[in-house]
Design a protein. Structure first.
Length: 413
């Protein structure tokens, strides 16, 4: 536990190089190769047609921008990340839609059959070897169809040709709690420096919380697993922007999972301590740990603290329930947190599901955790686990990522 929390307390800043995209223009013809669209760029100088093209593809289920770029070997240079967001006109950290195609910062050239250097008009032999190896690796991994020397289709990552300035060294924390695919956490800013967040996912250990058995005839799902996955995704986003984060309920081997059906287990702990079966003792254990950490940070001069408890509701099978929020009446800050989250979700629904309406709400409720934690707290119910439509909000990894992103945006308002 101590090693993890030392890691979580690193508050560091990273900068990115800003790429120049003046050569991108609108109005492109589209080609189809192995189901992936190649968009031909029209030159801006009025001269000989530019042979470069941009590759575009669709993300896998639950795959975010970083996962997509990682799959295509593009995370090694920050300017590829900048390029991806700019050419797709996306805000940072926006979730990707599974059925939408996104442009990748990979240029497509028609190989001239002689050499990479003469194809691209470059003289750097080492760069040509690097480009060759990249194409062979993409082919080996099944992302590119055929050897470029036979297909005459050559891929060149944006960073190989256009990131001439040395990128500032990035800061990456390794946090194993997030799992193998997400343990590398790049620090994007320090805007949350000096802020402490206590994230508590509901139930865990001997208590799975709300459950549904035999979903689609074979899957058993539980509140604690899905609340925990959203909690980890939220924690990671907060850390990326410099916050000090305490994940109160922890599972040593789950991490962030991009699966629909999350396997149930009972090995969660309360920051290394066994979770009691008795509900009141369990809530007191979590509250005591939060208050102990709060007092430590207060003594060190840190005064900005927030608690967020993440749960999944269980109501009638026919009851559709949008995300809603509880706060403890006497806490003005807790109330403001709840309404900030509510307004964020309302705005997101208006953008992403226009005309549907958002029917979440905010309620004053004196729940044990809200009432007894020293820092201001908010309690979130993500969905009705028994309702089939609500369950989609939970089981699709891309939806859990969106929930975490919206919670993040609401918390930092």
């Amino acid at each position: 536990m101590s090693g993890l929390h030392r890691t979580l307390q690193w508050l560091l800043l990273i900068g990115f190089c800003v790429s120049d995209f003046n050569h991108y223009v609108r109005g492109a013809s589209v080609y189809q190769v192995k189901g992936q669209a190649l968009q031909e760029l029209i030159p801006t100088n009025g001269g000989k047609p530019n042979k470069a093209k941009l590759l575009s593809t669709r993300p896998l289920a639950g795959e975010g921008a970083w996962g997509l770029l990682r799959r295509y070997g593009l995370l090694e240079a920050p300017c590829n990340i900048d390029a991806f967001y700019e050419i797709n006109s996306l805000p940072r950290h926006a979730p990707l839609l599974r059925h939408r195609s996104y442009k990748l910062p990979i240029y497509i050239y028609r190989y001239n059959g002689k050499s990479i250097r003469s194809t691209l008009g470059i003289s750097d032999w080492n760069l040509a070897v690097k480009i060759r190896d990249y194409n062979l690796r993409m082919m080996k991994e099944g992302l590119k169809k055929g050897d470029f020397r036979k297909t005459k289709v050559l891929w060149v990552p944006h960073s190989y040709l256009h990131c001439t300035k040395k990128s500032p060294k990035k800061t990456v924390l390794r946090i194993p709690l997030f799992g193998k695919n997400y343990e590398q956490v790049e620090i994007l800013s320090n805007k949350l420096k000096g802020q402490v967040y206590y994230i508590v996912s509901g139930h865990g250990g001997p208590d799975p919380g709300a459950m549904v058995k035999n979903v689609e005839g074979k899957y058993h799902i539980s509140e604690d697993e899905y609340a925990y996955d959203v909690a980890l995704r939220l924690a990671r986003k907060l850390i990326q922007h410099g916050a000090l984060v305490h994940v109160i309920v922890q599972d040593p081997n789950d991490g962030i999972r991009d699966d629909m059906w999350l396997r149930m287990d009972k090995d969660e702990t309360c920051m290394g301590k066994r979770i009691p079966r008795n509900q009141r003792r369990r809530l007191k254990q979590r509250t005591d740990i939060i208050n102990h950490l709060y007092r430590q940070h207060k003594r060190r001069g840190i005064h900005h603290h927030k608690v967020i408890a993440i749960h999944v509701d269980s109501r009638s099978v026919n009851k559709n329930q949008d995300v809603f929020f509880y706060y403890y009446g006497p806490s003005k800050t807790g109330k403001q947190m709840a309404y900030n989250l509510y307004q964020t979700f309302k705005r997101k629904y208006e953008i992403h599901q226009k005309g549907r309406g958002y029917h979440g709400y905010v309620i004053d409720r004196p729940l044990y955790l809200l009432k007894n934690t020293l820092p201001p707290a908010v309690y979130v119910e993500l969905a009705n686990i028994r309702n089939p439509r609500d369950r989609v909000r939970l089981v699709k990894p891309s939806n859990r990522e969106a929930l975490a992103q919206w919670l993040f945006e609401g918390l930092i308002k």
